[in-house]
Design a protein around this ligand. Sequence first.
Ligand code: ADP
Length: 449
Amino acid sequence: MRHIVVLPAIAMVIMGLVMLIMIRALSNAAIEYDITRDLRRSQEKNARYISNQDGRLVISDDFLYESDHIHFLILDTGLNILAGAYPEEIAEEMQDVAIKNRSSRSVDCGGQKYYVRDMTIPGSRRGSRMHLRGLIKKADADSHYGMIELVSYLCIVGVLCVILACEFLLYKQISKELRNMCRTAENIGSNLDLSQRMACDNQFTEIATLVRANNRMLDQMEQTFRMQEQFTSDVAHELRTPVSVVMAQCQHTKERATGREDFEEALDVIYNQSKKIDRMITQLLNLSRLDQNRVQIWEETIDLAELTEFVCEARREQELDEPAICLCLNEAVTAGDVSLIVIVIQNLVSNAAKFSKKGGSVRVSTGEKDDWAFVRVEDDGIGIAPENLERIFRRFYRCDSSRNEEGFGLGLPLSEKIAQKHGGRIAVSSEEGKGSAFTLYLPKKPGGG
Ligand code: ADP
């Protein structure tokens, strides 16, 4: 693990070194080019002042033996000096340097680098040749360029320092923001206070985006946490009533019961309340298993018309005091887990019966539309206010709990979850005081109908 600033800093330093090396190489090339060009030009100019008159070598007064640190000599083909002189310190070594016509080259002499250029000119005797040699010590010529090179180096080092300083400042800013985020996260963790949010001064777009994403996640976590709290309190609240009734009944029976009839009556009450608790626990368990994907779905072909008829017949047989159910069954074939789908149909039919008006009726139909097989349950009961249409799918939500002492507000959330697990949904339309229609849509089984 390393600081984010380390890598860019290393990259900068490497880049700086590469640039220094490049400048060195380029300036060397430029210096060499300039020296050899000057050497050539001076040599060509000087050559004009050498002439041959009647077999005699004549050197005009304009001939320069030294100009701009360039030394000029005239040599015969045996490398003997006819005019001019080598600098003293290299005289001996230079004597052996062979002639190469019109070629500038570097020669190491006396521990120094020299540039040498020879130019062959006609000799004093007919047909003979001489050589005009020019030479310059590199260090002498370098001094012109040294300053430029030094300034270039300083510029690069300066630019590097500025970049590194900016990078360091950036790092300090970013790490300050990140430290703030960490502090908030740690505070949330230690105080379990999900209402806290990460602050951001919006200096850097990327950091601001990160902060916003984290805050959105905290919003969701807080919402989930609140829902969890609400859920626990709802469960406790819903369980309290039947448990209180059971306790009160036990107390009452203990104090007041005299005969078998009183005990039987008390047992009936206790049994009914226990059944209610059991129903709620079953619904909660089903929901939690579906939430956690722990429900094994045994998929088989389901004839929804047949299944709906079976559910409604079963209700009829119970001879409950509820509105008549009118069936209109058309072919509707789907695939799914029959033990789960039956729960949905039971819930929808039971709700329709529960919220119907006295003497009202419930119409249950099945059929297929486009890619869907459906079961529709319509009633002419109390209906649902528009603002509640969405809420009825929330856990423990009941529009008017005083009119629905039987339920816990878990039937529809469970039904919706089952429908979703099967790739389907539940649609609802309702008008207050006129009635409601709930439709379970499930994917039509291909080739089923
Ligand atoms: P419950 O078991 O309490 O009926 P549900 O989740 O099945 O719970 O229903 C939630 C709420 O939706 C009910 O308490 C009721 O207020 C409303 N509701 C459901 N079905 C109907 C219906 N057919 N007519 C009117 N209101 C309904």
